[in-house]
Design a protein. Structure first.
Length: 309
Protein backbone atom coordinates (compact mmCIF):
# COMPACT_ATOMS: atom_id res chain seq x y z
CA UNK A 1 0.00 0.00 0.00
CA UNK A 2 1.32 3.41 -0.95
CA UNK A 3 0.73 5.73 1.98
CA UNK A 4 0.70 9.49 2.23
CA UNK A 5 1.77 11.14 5.42
CA UNK A 6 -0.66 13.19 7.47
CA UNK A 7 1.63 16.14 7.93
CA UNK A 8 4.27 18.00 5.98
CA UNK A 9 7.54 19.31 7.36
CA UNK A 10 7.90 21.80 10.16
CA UNK A 11 8.41 25.43 9.41
CA UNK A 12 9.70 27.56 12.24
CA UNK A 13 8.48 31.14 12.31
CA UNK A 14 11.19 33.73 12.82
CA UNK A 15 8.54 36.11 14.07
CA UNK A 16 5.21 35.16 15.55
CA UNK A 17 2.26 37.46 16.02
CA UNK A 18 4.37 40.51 15.21
CA UNK A 19 1.69 43.18 15.64
CA UNK A 20 2.72 45.98 18.01
CA UNK A 21 -0.30 45.41 20.24
CA UNK A 22 0.53 41.76 20.67
CA UNK A 23 4.20 42.50 21.30
CA UNK A 24 3.26 44.85 24.13
CA UNK A 25 0.73 42.48 25.70
CA UNK A 26 2.43 39.15 25.17
CA UNK A 27 6.12 39.78 24.60
CA UNK A 28 6.98 36.93 26.92
CA UNK A 29 4.99 34.49 24.85
CA UNK A 30 7.06 35.27 21.79
CA UNK A 31 10.24 34.63 23.74
CA UNK A 32 9.08 31.58 25.63
CA UNK A 33 7.69 29.66 22.73
CA UNK A 34 9.72 28.76 19.67
CA UNK A 35 6.68 28.84 17.42
CA UNK A 36 6.20 26.38 14.60
CA UNK A 37 3.57 25.85 11.98
CA UNK A 38 2.24 22.44 10.98
CA UNK A 39 1.46 22.09 7.28
CA UNK A 40 -0.84 19.17 6.68
CA UNK A 41 -0.93 17.01 3.57
CA UNK A 42 -2.17 13.60 2.49
CA UNK A 43 -0.34 13.27 -0.79
CA UNK A 44 0.80 9.84 -1.96
CA UNK A 45 4.41 8.87 -1.42
CA UNK A 46 6.78 6.79 0.66
CA UNK A 47 8.17 9.46 2.94
CA UNK A 48 7.63 8.90 6.62
CA UNK A 49 6.43 11.79 8.71
CA UNK A 50 9.16 14.42 8.92
CA UNK A 51 10.82 14.79 12.29
CA UNK A 52 13.12 17.70 11.46
CA UNK A 53 12.73 20.69 13.73
CA UNK A 54 10.83 18.74 16.36
CA UNK A 55 12.62 20.50 19.21
CA UNK A 56 10.11 23.23 19.95
CA UNK A 57 12.14 24.93 22.65
CA UNK A 58 13.94 28.09 21.64
CA UNK A 59 17.47 27.04 20.74
CA UNK A 60 20.05 27.31 23.53
CA UNK A 61 17.50 28.91 25.89
CA UNK A 62 16.00 27.41 29.03
CA UNK A 63 12.69 28.39 30.56
CA UNK A 64 14.50 30.10 33.44
CA UNK A 65 16.70 32.05 30.99
CA UNK A 66 13.65 33.34 29.18
CA UNK A 67 11.64 34.12 32.30
CA UNK A 68 14.55 36.19 33.62
CA UNK A 69 15.44 37.81 30.28
CA UNK A 70 15.84 41.60 30.50
CA UNK A 71 16.36 43.10 27.04
CA UNK A 72 16.77 46.76 28.06
CA UNK A 73 18.76 45.96 31.24
CA UNK A 74 16.49 47.97 33.53
CA UNK A 75 16.19 45.16 36.10
CA UNK A 76 12.61 44.45 35.00
CA UNK A 77 12.26 41.09 33.21
CA UNK A 78 10.69 41.21 29.76
CA UNK A 79 7.63 39.21 30.81
CA UNK A 80 6.88 41.72 33.58
CA UNK A 81 7.20 44.63 31.14
CA UNK A 82 4.71 42.86 28.88
CA UNK A 83 2.29 42.51 31.79
CA UNK A 84 2.46 46.22 32.62
CA UNK A 85 2.49 47.42 29.01
CA UNK A 86 5.98 48.95 29.03
CA UNK A 87 8.47 48.56 26.20
CA UNK A 88 10.97 45.80 26.90
CA UNK A 89 13.43 47.45 24.48
CA UNK A 90 13.47 50.83 26.24
CA UNK A 91 14.02 51.92 29.84
CA UNK A 92 11.50 54.75 29.39
CA UNK A 93 8.10 54.12 27.81
CA UNK A 94 5.71 56.78 29.12
CA UNK A 95 6.27 60.57 29.36
CA UNK A 96 9.87 60.49 30.48
CA UNK A 97 9.12 58.32 33.52
CA UNK A 98 11.53 55.38 33.92
CA UNK A 99 9.78 52.05 33.54
CA UNK A 100 11.04 51.03 36.98
CA UNK A 101 9.20 53.98 38.56
CA UNK A 102 6.10 53.50 36.44
CA UNK A 103 5.81 49.82 37.34
CA UNK A 104 6.55 50.43 41.02
CA UNK A 105 3.71 52.96 41.12
CA UNK A 106 1.42 50.46 39.44
CA UNK A 107 2.37 47.80 41.96
CA UNK A 108 1.60 50.12 44.84
CA UNK A 109 -1.77 50.92 43.31
CA UNK A 110 -2.46 47.26 42.75
CA UNK A 111 -1.57 46.42 46.34
CA UNK A 112 -4.14 48.93 47.58
CA UNK A 113 -6.77 47.62 45.21
CA UNK A 114 -6.07 44.02 46.16
CA UNK A 115 -8.02 44.53 49.38
CA UNK A 116 -11.18 45.35 47.44
CA UNK A 117 -13.60 42.63 46.48
CA UNK A 118 -13.35 41.92 42.76
CA UNK A 119 -16.26 40.46 40.83
CA UNK A 120 -15.45 37.17 39.14
CA UNK A 121 -17.50 38.32 36.19
CA UNK A 122 -15.40 41.41 35.56
CA UNK A 123 -11.97 40.08 36.47
CA UNK A 124 -9.99 38.61 33.60
CA UNK A 125 -7.40 35.87 34.00
CA UNK A 126 -4.74 38.54 33.58
CA UNK A 127 -6.22 40.60 36.42
CA UNK A 128 -6.28 37.54 38.68
CA UNK A 129 -2.74 36.60 37.73
CA UNK A 130 -1.44 40.11 38.40
CA UNK A 131 -3.09 40.29 41.82
CA UNK A 132 -1.98 36.83 42.87
CA UNK A 133 1.56 37.24 41.61
CA UNK A 134 2.30 40.67 42.98
CA UNK A 135 0.57 40.02 46.29
CA UNK A 136 2.81 37.00 46.77
CA UNK A 137 5.85 38.87 45.45
CA UNK A 138 5.23 41.80 47.81
CA UNK A 139 4.82 39.40 50.72
CA UNK A 140 8.14 37.75 49.96
CA UNK A 141 9.91 41.09 49.73
CA UNK A 142 8.38 42.40 52.96
CA UNK A 143 9.53 39.29 54.83
CA UNK A 144 13.10 39.87 53.70
CA UNK A 145 13.24 36.73 51.57
CA UNK A 146 16.49 36.52 49.60
CA UNK A 147 16.60 37.27 45.87
CA UNK A 148 17.35 33.67 44.89
CA UNK A 149 14.14 32.43 46.50
CA UNK A 150 12.14 35.17 44.80
CA UNK A 151 13.73 34.30 41.45
CA UNK A 152 12.82 30.65 41.97
CA UNK A 153 9.27 31.72 42.78
CA UNK A 154 9.09 33.79 39.59
CA UNK A 155 10.50 30.96 37.52
CA UNK A 156 7.95 28.53 38.96
CA UNK A 157 5.13 30.84 37.92
CA UNK A 158 6.65 31.19 34.48
CA UNK A 159 6.83 27.41 34.19
CA UNK A 160 3.12 27.15 34.98
CA UNK A 161 2.40 29.50 32.10
CA UNK A 162 4.57 27.71 29.57
CA UNK A 163 3.83 24.10 30.52
CA UNK A 164 0.10 23.73 31.11
CA UNK A 165 -1.31 20.22 30.94
CA UNK A 166 -4.69 19.12 29.62
CA UNK A 167 -6.50 15.95 30.62
CA UNK A 168 -6.93 13.45 27.79
CA UNK A 169 -10.55 13.02 26.80
CA UNK A 170 -10.33 9.37 25.77
CA UNK A 171 -8.99 6.26 27.49
CA UNK A 172 -8.27 2.75 26.24
CA UNK A 173 -11.75 1.41 26.86
CA UNK A 174 -13.14 4.09 24.52
CA UNK A 175 -11.24 2.60 21.57
CA UNK A 176 -13.14 0.33 19.19
CA UNK A 177 -10.70 -2.51 18.53
CA UNK A 178 -11.02 -4.53 15.33
CA UNK A 179 -10.30 -8.20 16.16
CA UNK A 180 -9.00 -8.68 12.62
CA UNK A 181 -5.44 -7.39 12.45
CA UNK A 182 -4.06 -8.03 8.98
CA UNK A 183 -2.33 -5.93 6.36
CA UNK A 184 -5.67 -5.55 4.61
CA UNK A 185 -7.52 -4.43 7.76
CA UNK A 186 -4.75 -1.95 8.56
CA UNK A 187 -4.99 -0.55 5.03
CA UNK A 188 -8.77 -0.21 5.39
CA UNK A 189 -8.33 1.58 8.71
CA UNK A 190 -5.72 3.94 7.28
CA UNK A 191 -7.97 4.91 4.38
CA UNK A 192 -10.84 5.54 6.81
CA UNK A 193 -8.91 8.01 8.95
CA UNK A 194 -7.40 9.56 5.82
CA UNK A 195 -10.92 10.30 4.57
CA UNK A 196 -11.88 11.87 7.91
CA UNK A 197 -8.78 14.03 7.96
CA UNK A 198 -9.24 15.12 4.33
CA UNK A 199 -12.77 16.25 5.09
CA UNK A 200 -11.81 18.36 8.10
CA UNK A 201 -8.71 19.73 6.42
CA UNK A 202 -11.09 21.84 4.33
CA UNK A 203 -12.00 23.74 7.52
CA UNK A 204 -8.44 25.05 7.74
CA UNK A 205 -6.65 22.47 9.87
CA UNK A 206 -2.97 23.29 9.68
CA UNK A 207 -3.49 27.01 9.05
CA UNK A 208 -3.94 28.08 12.67
CA UNK A 209 -0.49 29.55 13.27
CA UNK A 210 -0.41 31.08 9.81
CA UNK A 211 -3.63 32.93 10.67
CA UNK A 212 -2.10 34.09 13.93
CA UNK A 213 1.13 35.13 12.22
CA UNK A 214 -0.70 37.39 9.76
CA UNK A 215 -2.27 39.31 12.62
CA UNK A 216 -4.42 37.56 15.17
CA UNK A 217 -7.45 39.75 15.87
CA UNK A 218 -5.63 42.47 13.88
CA UNK A 219 -5.35 45.58 16.08
CA UNK A 220 -8.94 45.69 17.20
CA UNK A 221 -10.62 43.03 19.33
CA UNK A 222 -13.93 43.99 17.71
CA UNK A 223 -12.67 42.59 14.39
CA UNK A 224 -13.57 38.93 14.66
CA UNK A 225 -12.56 37.49 11.27
CA UNK A 226 -9.40 35.79 12.56
CA UNK A 227 -11.16 34.63 15.71
CA UNK A 228 -13.93 33.06 13.65
CA UNK A 229 -11.40 31.21 11.50
CA UNK A 230 -9.63 29.86 14.55
CA UNK A 231 -12.92 28.78 16.12
CA UNK A 232 -13.71 26.79 12.95
CA UNK A 233 -10.28 25.18 13.08
CA UNK A 234 -10.66 24.33 16.77
CA UNK A 235 -14.02 22.71 15.98
CA UNK A 236 -12.47 20.79 13.08
CA UNK A 237 -9.78 19.30 15.33
CA UNK A 238 -12.42 18.28 17.87
CA UNK A 239 -14.60 16.65 15.21
CA UNK A 240 -11.62 14.90 13.64
CA UNK A 241 -10.78 13.48 17.06
CA UNK A 242 -14.35 12.39 17.80
CA UNK A 243 -14.86 10.77 14.40
CA UNK A 244 -11.55 8.92 14.68
CA UNK A 245 -12.83 7.31 17.86
CA UNK A 246 -15.79 5.92 15.91
CA UNK A 247 -13.47 3.99 13.60
CA UNK A 248 -12.55 0.41 14.48
CA UNK A 249 -8.77 0.07 14.67
CA UNK A 250 -6.63 -3.07 14.41
CA UNK A 251 -5.22 -3.93 17.83
CA UNK A 252 -1.58 -3.36 16.85
CA UNK A 253 -2.39 0.27 15.98
CA UNK A 254 -4.75 1.03 18.87
CA UNK A 255 -2.22 2.86 21.07
CA UNK A 256 -1.27 5.27 18.27
CA UNK A 257 -4.92 5.72 17.32
CA UNK A 258 -5.71 6.79 20.89
CA UNK A 259 -2.73 9.15 21.04
CA UNK A 260 -3.74 10.84 17.78
CA UNK A 261 -7.34 11.30 18.91
CA UNK A 262 -6.36 12.77 22.29
CA UNK A 263 -3.69 15.04 20.83
CA UNK A 264 -6.09 16.37 18.20
CA UNK A 265 -8.72 17.07 20.86
CA UNK A 266 -6.16 18.87 23.03
CA UNK A 267 -5.05 20.94 20.05
CA UNK A 268 -8.70 21.94 19.64
CA UNK A 269 -8.68 23.30 23.20
CA UNK A 270 -5.32 24.99 22.61
CA UNK A 271 -6.50 26.79 19.47
CA UNK A 272 -9.66 27.86 21.29
CA UNK A 273 -7.49 29.36 24.06
CA UNK A 274 -5.34 31.06 21.46
CA UNK A 275 -8.32 33.17 20.36
CA UNK A 276 -8.26 34.85 23.79
CA UNK A 277 -4.72 36.18 23.44
CA UNK A 278 -5.76 39.85 23.27
CA UNK A 279 -8.46 39.95 25.95
CA UNK A 280 -6.77 37.48 28.31
CA UNK A 281 -3.06 37.19 27.50
CA UNK A 282 -2.40 34.63 30.24
CA UNK A 283 -5.03 32.27 28.79
CA UNK A 284 -3.69 32.99 25.31
CA UNK A 285 -0.12 32.21 26.34
CA UNK A 286 -1.32 28.97 27.88
CA UNK A 287 -2.95 28.18 24.53
CA UNK A 288 0.33 28.76 22.72
CA UNK A 289 2.20 26.51 25.13
CA UNK A 290 -0.51 23.85 24.94
CA UNK A 291 -0.42 24.03 21.16
CA UNK A 292 3.35 23.49 21.20
CA UNK A 293 3.07 20.45 23.47
CA UNK A 294 0.15 18.70 21.82
CA UNK A 295 1.25 19.46 18.26
CA UNK A 296 4.47 17.63 18.99
CA UNK A 297 2.57 14.74 20.55
CA UNK A 298 0.27 14.50 17.52
CA UNK A 299 3.23 14.54 15.16
CA UNK A 300 5.00 11.79 17.11
CA UNK A 301 1.86 9.63 17.24
CA UNK A 302 1.31 9.93 13.49
CA UNK A 303 4.95 9.04 12.83
CA UNK A 304 4.65 5.99 15.09
CA UNK A 305 1.41 4.94 13.41
CA UNK A 306 2.97 5.12 9.96
CA UNK A 307 6.02 3.18 11.10
CA UNK A 308 3.75 0.49 12.56
CA UNK A 309 1.80 0.13 9.33
Amino acid sequence: MKRGNFFGKFKKFEKFLPSRKFAVIAGLGIGLIGCIVLLFSLFGGKENFAREGSNLALKDKTVIDLVQQDTDKDSIPDWEEALWGTDKNSKVTFDGMPDTTYIENKKKSLKLEAEAEVSENTSSETDKFAREFFSAYAALKSEGVDSLTINNFSSALGQKIVDPLLIDKYIERNVRVDPIDTEESRATYYLAIKEIFDRHKESGIGNELDIANTGLIAYDSSETANIDELVLIADAYAMFSAEMMEVAVPESLAIYHLQIANSANNISISVSNLTKIIDDPIVGLAGLSQYQKYSEELITAVADLENAM
